[in-house]
Design a protein around this ligand. Structure first.
Ligand code: PMP
Length: 409
């Protein structure tokens, strides 16, 4: 069957066994950072114990080994999202750096007054602030596709807002606040109808569902390893090869050049042109292992599991009329997360009371302040699920909400 063997999977994550004041940890903050299975931790430790060296094809054996592992990690991650190969997969620090890379390397050079950047009201600050500021620096206008009361993008508005003046459409694939799965492929068609590029922020999509950048026809697509069973400090930027070839580098230095003279320099092949200096070698090796771990379990099974958990969480929360849930109510239109507020309790207090029960959730604006302004709240609580979470843990979440309600009654 397709169902995940969650009891078995949990054995891969010793951190889940932690207890706080005698209470078993219930980790529901996966949207912020997921936990890391033993085999990823082991591969990183093994790399440092047995294979550590600088890359860039040094002469000695260790350097050759490290170079091979690091280069092949690009192939593994590229294949995971349907990219053509390593030429289309740049390793960055995270999703945020991927946005900045394209904004600086492409945006600053290509945008000017009269050009338009189209974002959505549900963008994460990683994309919103980046393009907003690039707009200010270049004179390009920034427009926001509105979010409907039901938590979906207004696609009629998108069709009107994306015009021949549009140069870049940057859109979140799965909203980290509303959970909404956006029709990125339709948005790519709209962008391409007007010769604009589309950048998709896949930070909450790639960890949780099968993603194929070619099916979407994204020009750029970004994600972070630390949200997908991998290490911190590394992320992936997919870019269509012909676009990356044309683009200026983002940062300069060693490793990204072909020939340097006092007067000028030329650039190395993709993706190295975009990875100056000593790169994220151990993290890259860990990233590839995380991807293989997820592949072994199966992304479709992970998506189904999260859908089941999300449906159960939405059902249980709907029992109470003092809980306001944000985003689509159909669990199949959502990623595995639920943001909400309890009428009588501030989200921060709620998270703090949950913490007393060893239930880890997030409270705050989730890096979507303008969206929270639109929702009319300063903050919300967010429970986000992953492959190792269980129905029992959602019951623990609801019980913790009950105790908060009683405490503040
Ligand atoms: N976009 C979305 C939708 C996210 O959820 C996050 C992580 N909160 C980011 C971008 C930024 O990811 P990172 O902090 O790894 O750069």
């Amino acid at each position: 069957s397709d169902a995940l063997d969650v009891a078995r999977i949990r054995e891969d994550f010793p951190i889940l066994q932690r207890e706080f004041d005698g209470e078993q940890l219930v980790y529901l903050d996966n949207g912020a950072t997921s936990q890391t299975p033993d085999r990823v931790v082991d591969v990183i430790a093994d790399y440092y114990r047995h294979s550590n060296a600088n890359v860039h094809r040094g002469i000695h054996q260790l350097s050759q080994e490290a170079s091979k592992a690091y280069e092949e990690a690009h192939d593994t991650v590229a294949e995971f999202v349907g990219a053509e190969g390593r030429e289309e997969m740049v390793f960055t620090k995270n999703t945020t750096e991927a946005e900045n890379l394209v904004a600086y390397a492409w945006g600053l050079n290509e945008l000017g007054p009269g050009d338009e950047i189209v974002l959505t009201e549900m963008e994460h600050h990683a994309s919103l602030v980046t393009w907003q500021q690039i707009g200010k620096r270049t004179g390009a206008d920034v427009k926001y596709v509105p979010v409907t009361d039901e938590g979906y993008l207004d696609m009629d508005a998108a069709a009107e807002m994306i015009t021949d003046d549009t140069e870049m459409v940057s859109v979140v694939h799965v909203s980290n606040t509303l959970g909404t799965v956006n029709p990125v492929s339709d948005l790519a068609d709209l962008a391409h109808d007007h010769d604009a590029y589309i950048f998709v922020d896949g930070a909450q999509a790639v960890p949780n569902r099968p993603v194929d950048v070619k099916d979407i026809d994204a020009d750029f697509y970004a994600f972070s390893a630390h949200k997908m069973a991998g290490p911190t400090g590394i992320g992936g930027l997919y870019g269509k090869q012909e676009i990356l070839e044309e683009m200026e580098p983002f940062q300069y230095g060693g490793g990204m050049i072909r020939k340097v003279e006092f007067e000028d320099s030329t650039w190395h092949d993709l993706p190295w042109k975009f990875e100056p200096g000593t790169p994220l070698i151990a993290q890259g090796v860990g990233f590839a292992e995380a991807v293989e771990y997820l592949e072994d379990i199966g992304m479709t099974a992970i998506q189904r599991h999260e859908e089941t958990l999300t449906e159960y969480a939405l059902d249980r929360m709907a029992e109470f009329d003092d809980i306001e849930i944000y985003g689509p109510m159909d669990p199949t239109d959502r990623g595995g997360l639920v943001s909400f507020n309890l009428d009588s309790v501030h989200a921060h207090d709620l998270a703090s009371i949950m913490n007393d029960h060893a239930v880890a959730i997030r409270a705050g604006d989730h890096c979507t302040q303008p969206l929270h302004d639109k929702l009319g709240v300063a903050a919300s609580a967010r429970a986000s699920f992953y492959l190792y979470n269980t129905m029992d843990e959602i019951d623990a979440l609801i019980d913790a909400i009950d105790s908060a309600r009683e405490l503040f009654a």
